[in-house]
Structures are given as structure tokens and as C-alpha cells.
Design a protein around this ligand. Sequence first.
Ligand SMILES: Cc1cc2nc3c(=O)[nH]c(=O)nc-3n(C[C@H](O)[C@H](O)[C@H](O)COP(=O)(O)O)c2cc1C
Length: 208
Amino acid sequence: MAGDPRRSVALAITGASGAIYAMRTLAALLTRAMAVELVVSDYGRRLLRDELGEAAAVDRLMPYLAETYGPGVGAGSITLHSNRDLGATIASGSHHCGGMVIVPCSMKTLAGVAHGLSRSLAERAADVMLKERRPLVIVPRETPMSLPQLRNMVLCAEAGATILPAMPAFYQQPKTLDDLADFMAGKILGALGLEHDLYPPWIGRVGS
Ligand SMILES: Cc1cc2nc3c(=O)[nH]c(=O)nc-3n(C[C@H](O)[C@H](O)[C@H](O)COP(=O)(O)O)c2cc1C
């Protein structure tokens, strides 16, 4: 169903640590044949290269994802938008984008969403999700957090966003970084209302 607006989701990558979470989430959405409206901030672009290497640069994402997560990512599609283009489709509520995730979400972009600033496409698209009452998942990453940062999360939650901090669990006994990323991506897909099998459900005790 790639290209079908009913199956489209926006994904914004901003300049907070955790590029692997963004890549795992993007790959999971593409494998489910979703049409992904992708926005990457300037610091998000730097993040991809700093944490994952030049192979993960924005203009090489599809080959990187296929190499890392398998050819199944080809079931979906990516439309890359400039973060400066406030006239992009996802800047309007009339565009039928079904939901949005900001992963990872910097404290700067969090503040912009909390206060409805719409300074960038990522912030504007998030604002559209809130006003249209569509799912908005925010994956903040910072530690420790200041009182303004905590308050900004509350503001977003009060406006209807799901605050889903980059806090992977360990009760699934992860062995690799990919296991941790799978857990976070699964949580994000679940919050967007999408089924997944990225981590096994809790069965009441640790282990299989
Ligand atoms: C190496 C590096 C790591 C950073 N990590 C974080 C982080 O984990 N969380 C955060 O909120 N900001 C972090 N920042 C700062 C943001 O990238 C910075 O505030 C930037 O202006 C965010 O802009 P954006 O939201 O448009 O991407 C980091 C910056 C650099 C260079």
C-alpha cells in the first residue's frame, strides 16, 4: 500500500542521541508497507552520520536500511521533506497523514511543539497532528532533565501527544543494541496503533 495516504505516517529525526531508534522505527514502518513522510533536522542529519557513520547519511537511507534490516524495507516508501519547507504536504491538516513520531526528539524541538511555535516542518507537522487530534508520538532523549523540559513534556501530553521516552526495558533480557532498538521501535508502533512483533509480549515472568 506504499503511497496510499491512508497508510502514511510522518517521522521526524531531530538532534538528540539515539539514531538507532529512528532507523529501527523507519525500517519497521517500511517493512509494513507504510508510506513514510520523513523530515530530518540539520542536527538530525549530523546525528545520523555521527552515530551510525556516513553510510547512514540521509541521501543513502534506503540502501542503508536494506543492508541493515533486510530487503523487506522495499515494501514501503520514503518521501523526504526539507525541514525548512513549511509548505510541504504534512504542514497541512488537509493532507491525510495518519500519525507522526519524532524520534529522537531534542529538547529544542520538544519546546517548539509544546509552545506551538511551528518554526520548522517537524514542529509544524507535529502541531497539525495535535490540532487534527491524530496520533503524535514524541520520543524525548535527555538526562537529567530541567524543569522547563519536564514542563514541556506535560504540555505536549496535555495537548494529546504520547510521551514515549527513549527508555528501553531490560526484562526482555536484551543481548544487543538491536534488541534495545527493537523494543523502542515496537513501543512506537504500538503507540501509533500499528501491530508489530518487534519484541515478545510479557508472559508474567522473565525468560521464555
Ligand atoms: C553530539 C550531540 C549530541 C546531542 N544530544 C542531544 C540530546 O541527547 N538531547 C537533546 O535534547 N539535544 C541534544 N543535542 C543538542 C541538539 O542537537 C541541539 O539543541 C539542536 O539545536 C537541536 O535542533 P533540532 O531539534 O532542530 O534538531 C546534541 C547535540 C550534539 C551536537
